[in-house]
Design a binder for this molecule. Sequence first.
Ligand code: TPP
Ligand code: SF4
Ligand code: SF4
Ligand code: SF4
Length: 826
Amino acid sequence: MIGGRYGLSSKEFTPAMVKGIFDELKKDKPKNNFTIGINDDVTFTSLDYDASFTLDESAWRQGLFFGLGADGTVGANKNTIKIIGENTNLFAQGYFVYDSKKSGAKTVSHLRFGPKPIKAPYLIKKADFIACHQFNFTEKVAMLEFAKEGATFLLNSPYGKEEVWDKLTGQVQKEIIEKKIKFYVIDATTVARETGMKGRINTIMQTCYFALSGVLPREEAVKQIKKAIEKTYFKKGQKVIEQNFRAVDTTLANMYDVQYPAKATAANHDLLIVSKNAPEFVQDVTAVMMADHGDQLPVSKIPIDGTYPSGTTQWEKRNVSDLVASWDPELCIQCGNCAYVCPHSVIRAKFYHKDNLKKAPEEFQHAPINARGFPETKYTLQIYLEDCTGCNLCVEACPVTNTVNPSRKAINLTQKAPVLETEKQNIEFFESITWNDRSKIDFSTVHGAQFLEPLFEFSGACAGCGETPYLKLLSQLFGQRLLVANATGCSSIYGGNLPTTPWSVNKEGRGPAWSNSLFEDNAEFGLGMRITADNQLEMARQYLMQLKEELGENTVNEILEAQQVQESELVAQQLRVQLLKEKLKTMNSSAAAHLLSVCDQLVRRSVWLIGGDGWAYDIGFGGLDHALASGKNIKVLVLDTEVYSNTGGQSSKSTPTAATAKFAAGGKSAGKKDLAMQAISYGNVYVARVAFGANPQQTLLAMREAEAYDGPALILAYSHCIAHGYDMKNGLDQQNKAVASGHWPLLRYNPTLRKKNQNPFVLDSPRPSIGLKDYAYNESRYKVLTMTNPMEADRLMKHAQELVNLKWKNYEELATKKASDFVPIA
Ligand SMILES: Cc1ncc(C[n+]2csc(CCOP(=O)(O)OP(=O)(O)O)c2C)c(N)n1
Ligand code: SF4
Ligand code: SF4
Ligand code: SF4
């Protein structure tokens, strides 16, 4: 077996290399057969090679397709393989390269077709056809490096055939000219929008591929694409199928070939993976990984102690959407709703003295602050365009409608391209305005919380994700002193999957410390963080006492006795500890060195155990129960999507009755576990059930109460998710309906009230005002059963409604009981 000595993986072997190795081996022993084992699953034998393995790449048609995670490129290419494999004499091979990010990362599909069985390394190095489904990749990915001379290049471009050339980098222009590439453009995004497909460009680009590659006659190709559409979207209903058909029929009239000059006209520049302003680590390590060259990084570049710089998503600038949010300062009432719900922390609010505007760019938007008595204070809502996913949640959340044009709100979606450059300058200026002083902000309202700097930003979660707004809020409220133990799940993937992390730091370098443990032991992991923090605090207190004389009695007493409840008190303690650290650095004793290593714990730590329902209700439940029963000061945030979202929507014990999910395709008949009531049974656990889209104020209150409570706390947070099967822009509306139907009653159980001899069980949502059906049947996870098995759907829905009624009755009773009816606190 050879191959390992080349230090290459199977992906890096080209057919020519394989041939070279066999030629070399056969020089000495021409009659022998050889096997090359490249890694566990790929071997080449010289027997295959002689019999059927053609190394004549010209016999193959090789295509490379650069798409964006979740845009459907990979799915469409899988269909292409099936269509060609089933309808021609050609053999087909496909390989799909993508990472585990939720969406918005690059995907590369490698497709190869040929007249003989294909035994070739999966990755294509020389392609006849290259499709770029995302215009901004032309600046970030060296796609045309892989183009053969005379290859075809298909670009999804917001710029038409006349303008597009001037929008390309010099490097791309040069490759097109030198390789005599046949260049085509289509504005697939507009075609998709106009045919009702929203952002789904996959079918459009697939149709172009068939038209340009000539693998099948055009008519036959269109027929087969439509057949594949019917099969793929059967569950989504006839409307979606029709939309796809329309997109196919409209496509070819919108595809143009581009005539280009004989010389490059743009200034030549290399790919710009991250901005030149990015920190050294991001330039040297993160950007290399982002360019898919992580395996070339020397080990010496990787941090040796397992810690990793945070706040790196800000350098990605994924530009996933051509439509982005745009603010209308004249209409805006500055409520903060849009910033609150934005899943990607793209909307930031600041207020500042008007003198700041002296250096502002001309187009910088602002308005007088909407508060009496501050005539010199201005307000700006800044949108980070390149990070906006166009999910539309901000527009849905905005309460203000333009009376003249009711289709417009105080925030709307608009085309990005015309405003991008101006807004980049505005963002730069906005960042030069300091964040508002935390000790002067009213944390208790949605309006106030918008002014807190988010330390969780620009995550790669799906556009419109219902989990991330909770994390952003958490980071705003307690970010600087937050310790997070994150269970595996969507939140660990968009939260910390290499190369970037959305958990960030403020200007002083303070931010959440985050770590991901296993799926099954996250609660224990977080409990360990708490116990460690407590032990280190105790050590710090002892060293402080020991060094009382050197440090000064007053200083030590102030630190030890500091009250740390209000933000102003926390800020004061942070300052004291900062001064202490500076002093300790000048001292030369082992006690001072020890104290320096643990003194950060003197600022109250907030330890949060975070994960999905698969973790909390199922696989990590034993540990979670143990952590809650420990009585320790740990906070648990369950991002409840009612399925295992990260792995594609498997049923969990949180999955509701009558909903379908993987492993519950016939509809779930068992009841949803009531984790809230289980935790309440301990008596000393703070418990809340929240839904930010239904009642943002209650969510905010619950998070603050949970954090302030000196004991275990559990928050169950309704999280709408793509797994529920509807357009995410309706996520807030569905959250409202989940609450209004009684499926998701909002509640808080506060043991502090029990101690004060008050009823600790507070029901925060009104009596159900709509039927369960009115909520559930807007989601295909419920709806699909009415198509596949209507009788069973009906039976299960009736049963589910009964369970909802019963649950509500029990809750209502609890809400009206006396304090003495609940478990007393020891
Ligand atoms: C013990 C174990 N089993 C299975 C997995 C695979 N896995 C990773 S994430 C995940 C689903 C997580 O679901 P959930 O906790 O509901 O979080 P969500 O993705 O919905 O946010 C699974 C099954 C794993 N990592 N470890
Ligand atoms: S469209 Fe979505 S991502 Fe963009 S600002 Fe609005 S809520 Fe945020
Ligand atoms: S939701 Fe609308 S009114 Fe409220 S701050 Fe945002 S843009 Fe202004
Ligand atoms: S929770 Fe759902 S919407 Fe959010 S990232 Fe996961 S799969 Fe996407």
